[in-house]
Structures are given as structure tokens and as C-alpha cells.
Design a protein around this ligand. Structure first.
Ligand code: AHM
Ligand code: MG
Length: 339
């Protein structure tokens, strides 16, 4: 019989055998996984659990919140606030940071999340997910510990100590990196545990598949238009091969496909909102996904710069995103420097 490796055992081995993660980070990741299990239950119940539909609120970005956005946010906060591993949390769905209340011990980590990514797919029974990223609170002098503040979160993605997502699709799959490659864990609902199902995930450097919302074509910048035009020209065009297109409109599902079989995902800056660098959020979406993709041998840029090198200036910062198969991302990035 093949040996089943649970997420718990994987994390213990990362701590004990490989020394990649401290005990506190291991426990924190276990709690995040447990919260994802509960969100998965709520997602699965759908109408039977009364969790679908819109709430009467907007988030800080002015987007109408769905009930599940709010439920998932609460599940993550309640699961994580008492464990003693965190100093504070930040979420796409909250205006400002959530400092762990005084009644609980304060830890040294910072957790960021997009509690329910792909909100437009909730009510139509299409894959959605939770994205998370963990940073360490700055190097405090223990004699002068300052209270945690938003500034502590403004670290480039290269400083992440763990990142991942959980996709709620036909299967619930947790995908994780702690800087030692990418591992995937499938939820075994009977046992109630995540089981390791893929390790050392690698994205092929070349692909024939791209993902972008084509309805925005008229708003794109010249380098993105050139790239997609060349893909669409197929084997008679400059690329000399036919391309396929996929767009789930849940970043978790699109990135999961890319980690599984390659491809390139683009949500570029466009002319609709010239003052915003892009639609997706740097801290909750682009940074964790970029680190996962790089850990799997792929690349991630905003067209001009490696996403993980961007110094954030605010919590809800947005960014243009191009990630996936390395040779395609390099090509796109080179088009930005020549056009
Ligand atoms: P959300 O976090 O509010 O769900 O928004 C992010 C989502 C991404 O998952 C997805 O790639 C993108 O928005 C889809 O946008 P569009 O509807 O413009 O295609
Ligand atoms: Mg999102």
C-alpha cells in the first residue's frame, strides 16, 4: 500500500528533518489549513447552507461583498487569532489590519489573505479559493517592541516565509510553499485531512495555453496586445504554433491549471483605470501566487519588474500580473522593454 503523507506529517518533516520552518510557523499553517477545511464545507453546502448571494456591504475597494466573502473572512480570523503565532492579519475584505486582541498572546508572524478569490463564480458553482501569504514581523529589538502597524506588512514578496492557496473545485486542494518547492494536498473528506498528492511541482517552460480576459482587449497596452495577437495568429504567425485559451475568472483556478500543466496568466494594467497599476492585489493575490509559480520553475512579473521585488507602499496596492511558463513570461517582459 502506498504510504499516505498528511499535511501535518509534511509540515513536521519540514520542521524536524529539513529545518525549513520553525515550530510556530508549522502550527500557524495547520490553523490556516483547518480554516480552509471549514470554508470548503460552507462552499460545498451552497444554497443548502444559505451562504450564497450578496451581502449588503462593500469592501474597501468598493466591490460588493458576497456572503461567502464575509463568512470566509470571519472563519480565517476566528481560527487564527487565538493561537499565539500571529501579531496581526490583513485581508482583501477589511479596510485596515486586524491586530490580534490583547486577550490572546502575540506571535511574530503576519498573515494576509484573500478569503474568497473568484467571488463572481460563487453563485454559479464554479471553482473558487482562498489565497494566503505569511510574513515575519520586522526585526524588532526585543527591548523596544513597537505595536504592530500597517508598515510592518509593507515588505516585498521576496520576504514571504510561506504562501499558498486552497482551491474549492471538484476536489478541495491546498497548494503550499515554504521555500522548498511546491506541494499539493487533496482534502480527504472521510478522514478530514489533507493528503500529499503532488510534490516538487514543476511548470513547463514552454506552453501553448494562455489565460486573459479577452473582453478587455481594446483597453490593453501595446506589448500585451502584441503578445496575444501573436498567440491568436497560430502556426502561420510569428510563434509558429497554435495556442489554446482558458479563462476561469478565479485566479486560484487559473493558477492551479498552470501549476498542473503549464500556461501563462495575465491580468495586465489597462486603460479603463489608467491611474491603477492593475486589478489584482499585490499582497493578497500577486505575491503568494508569484512565489508559488517561481518555486515551481516559472516566472512572474508586472511586465517590467519581478513581482516579488516590488516594494509595496500600501496594504491594498494593486499590480499588473503576468505569470506562468518561464519562456512566455520572459517574452512578454521583453515586449514591454522594446515597445
Ligand atoms: P476577487 O478577489 O474579488 O474575486 O477578484 C479577483 C478575481 C481573480 O480571481 C480573477 O482572475 C479576476 O478577478 C477576474 O476578473 P474579471 O472578472 O475582470 O475577468
Ligand atoms: Mg481575489
Amino acid at each position: 500500500m502506498t504510504k499516505r503523507i498528511s499535511l501535518t506529517r509534511y509540515l513536521v518533516e519540514q520542521q524536524r528533518v529539513d529545518g525549513h520552518i520553525p515550530g510556530d510557523l508549522r502550527l500557524l499553517l495547520e490553523v490556516v489549513a483547518r480554516a480552509c477545511k471549514s470554508i470548503s464545507q460552507a462552499v460545498n453546502k451552497g444554497d443548502l447552507g444559505g451562504v450564497l448571494g450578496v451581502a449588503d456591504t462593500e469592501n474597501v475597494q468598493g466591490e460588493v461583498q458576497k456572503q461567502l466573502d464575509i463568512i470566509a473572512n470571519e472563519v480565517l480570523i476566528e481560527a487564527n487569532e487565538w493561537g499565539g503565532h500571529l501579531a496581526a492579519m490583513a485581508s482583501e475584505e477589511m479596510d485596515s489590519i486586524y491586530v490580534v486582541p490583547n486577550r490572546f498572546p502575540q506571535g511574530e508572524y503576519l498573515l494576509m489573505f484573500d478569503p474568497l478569490d473568484g467571488s463572481s463564480n460563487i453563485d454559479v458553482n464554479v471553482s473558487i479559493g482562498t489565497i494566503f501569504s505569511v510574513l515575519k514581523k520586522g526585526n524588532d529589538n526585543p527591548d523596544t517592541i513597537e505595536p504592530v502597524c500597517e508598515q510592518d506588512f509593507l515588505q516585498p514578496g521576496s520576504q514571504q516565509v510561506a504562501a499558498g492557496y486552497c482551491v474549492y473545485g471538484p476536489q478541495t486542494t491546498l497548494v503550499l510553499t515554504v521555500g522548498d518547492g511546491v506541494a499539493m494536498f487533496t482534502l480527504d473528506r472521510e478522514q478530514g485531512s489533507f493528503v500529499l498528492t503532488r510534490e516538487n511541482v514543476q511548470i513547463p517552460a514552454d506552453t501553448r495555453e494562455f489565460a486573459i480576459n479577452m473582453s478587455n482587449m481594446r483597453h490593453w497596452d501595446a506589448p500585451v496586445k502584441r503578445y496575444v495577437d501573436e498567440c491568436l495568429a497560430g502556426k502561420d504567425g510569428p510563434r509558429g504554433k497554435d495556442f489554446n485559451m482558458r479563462w476561469v475568472a478565479s485566479m486560484v483556478a487559473d493558477v492551479h491549471r498552470i501549476l498542473t500543466r503549464g500556461g501563462v496568466f495575465l491580468y495586465p494594467w489597462d486603460k479603463r483605470e489608467p491611474d491603477k497599476p492593475g486589478k489584482l492585489r499585490l499582497m493578497y493575490e500577486a505575491n503568494p501566487m508569484s512565489w508559488l509559480v517561481e518555486q515551481a520553475g516559472g516566472a512572474a512579473t508586472n511586465g517590467r519588474q519581478r513581482i516579488l521585488d516590488i516594494q509595496p507602499t500600501k496594504l491594498h496596492e494593486r499590480v499588473s500580473v503576468m505569470l506562468g511558463s518561464k519562456n512566455e513570461v520572459d517574452r512578454l517582459t521583453s515586449y514591454h522593454s522594446t515597445l
